[in-house]
Design a protein around this ligand. Structure first.
Ligand code: KPL
Length: 408
């Protein structure tokens, strides 16, 4: 399996080790062309964090894509900068390009929307909420083509490159965002952009539209989501992908480029974490760490893993030992411990009155279980409770969630 590691050097150069060979390349003046702009679609916690880190380290131009004109006004009131607070110290970055996207309905173009920019986009980071992905991509699809790379930096699952699943994506929302993008936006594989998946474990939350708090360190893992033929001699799914290279330079993002197999494993491991911690913190309205000191909640975590483990192992033939139920449970517990003081993104969404990403997490797991003929009803039960914004007390679990038998 191709696993690529990157080492930072102290000076203005980086060393990349690939298949046993090490390359050294300068960090300066590589991204001078405006063509190399990295566009960020979705300025939530992660979009702002990645944009700020790229700008801070002078890794080329970055343009923020706003999906509504009101965001541009908020941006201007915030001094046209992203503020990132780490350990109480604020740090601001400016110099971003900004564009307000045209509305999806061309007839809705009005004074508030600037004339649509038609510049092709080579590098795009999609950091929207999962359920907004295709709606947002629809608005820039004309600027994307087979020479473009889209990095999906989101919760939930991406894709498995299975044409049947893409067909299935047309019929159900309970599918990964990349499959959905292929099914609804980029139907023709020969003109489709290269897809990359990203998983960011940094703890980041927003305190205002353009202010984030960087509360916990964590790496950014990147990898190509599928293989595809070379286009004019360029392989956008290899570690030499220009956007992946740029993200992996500088130390702020702690980024590592993985092979497609390794990123799929990481995505599935993250899916398991999100499918246990997110819905339970939402249903019990608790911090991540409050799942741990409670025997009822620990029992539910184990029962959910009993369903999720077999589904994930079927999706990952030759799953390594870290995908055993026991190891998955231990991994989830360790993440809950490390992020104990965090409010999960799902609970944050509920508290802010936003739609949650449950369809792309437990909804996705349940849909896969159903398609594979594996048990999935506990995942459906938690998904329904979250969708209905129900709050459940520990002593009501067996009657309102699913039977939990004798608690440990
Ligand atoms: O990714 C997360 C989320 O809240 O979405 C975890 C890891 C559970 C941290 O809160």
């Amino acid at each position: 399996m191709l696993r690529i590691t990157r080492r930072q050097s102290a000076g203005r150069a980086s060393r990349v080790t690939s298949l046993g060979r090490t390359f050294t390349r300068p960090l300066t003046n590589q991204f001078a062309s405006p063509d190399d702009t990295i566009y960020v679609l979705g300025v939530g916690n992660l979009g702002k964090y990645v944009a700020h880190s790229l700008m801070k380290q002078a890794l080329g131009s970055v343009t923020l894509l706003f999906h509504r004109p009101g965001l541009k006004e908020q941006w201007q009131s915030a001094g046209s900068q992203i503020q990132c607070v780490t350990d109480g110290t604020p740090d601001a970055t400016s110099g971003f390009g900004v564009e307000v996207l045209p509305p999806s309905e061309p007839s809705a173009v009005d004074q508030a929307h600037q004339k649509p920019d038609e510049k092709p986009i080579k590098n795009l980071i999609v950091a929207t909420k999962t359920y907004m992905t295709t709606g947002a991509l629809e608005r820039v699809k004309g600027r994307l083509g087979p020479r473009s790379t889209i990095l999906f930096l989101q919760n939930g699952m991406g894709m498995f490159g299975d044409p049947l699943k893409r067909l299935f994506a047309i019929l159900t929302p309970q599918i990964g965002t990349m499959d959905e993008a292929s099914a609804k936006i980029f139907r023709d594989p020969s003109t489709r952009p290269a897809y990359w998946a990203g998983i960011c474990s940094a703890g980041v939350y927003s305190t205002s539209p353009f202010t984030i708090v960087h509360a916990g360190k964590g790496p950014l893992l990147l990898g190509p989501a599928d293989a595809r033929p070379l286009l004019h001699g360029q392989d956008l799914t290899s570690s030499s992908n220009p956007m992946a290279q740029r993200l992996s330079q500088g130390s702020m993002l702690e980024a590592t480029i993985l092979s497609s197999g390794a990123i799929k494993e990481s995505q599935l491991q993250k899916l398991v974490v999100n499918a246990v911690i997110n819905p339970l913190t939402a249903i019990f309205r608790c911090k991540n760490g409050q799942l741990l000191d409670n025997p009822t909640r620990l029992t539910i975590m184990g029962l959910l893993i009993e369903e999720i483990g077999p589904i994930v192992r079927t999706l990952l033939p030759n799953a390594p030992e870290m995908f055993s139920d026991q190891n998955l449970l231990e991994f989830v517990l360790s993440v809950a411990r490390k992020t104990g003081a965090n409010t999960s993104s799902m609970l944050q969404d509920i508290q802010a009155g936003r739609r949650t990403e449950i369809d792309y997490i437990n909804g996705y797991v349940a849909a896969q279980g159903q398609a594979l003929g594996l048990p999935y009803t506990r995942n459906s039960a938690v998904a329904s409770l979250v969708k209905e914004q129900q709050v459940v007390r520990d002593d009501e679990v067996s009657s309102r969630m699913f039977p939990i038998g004798n608690v440990l």
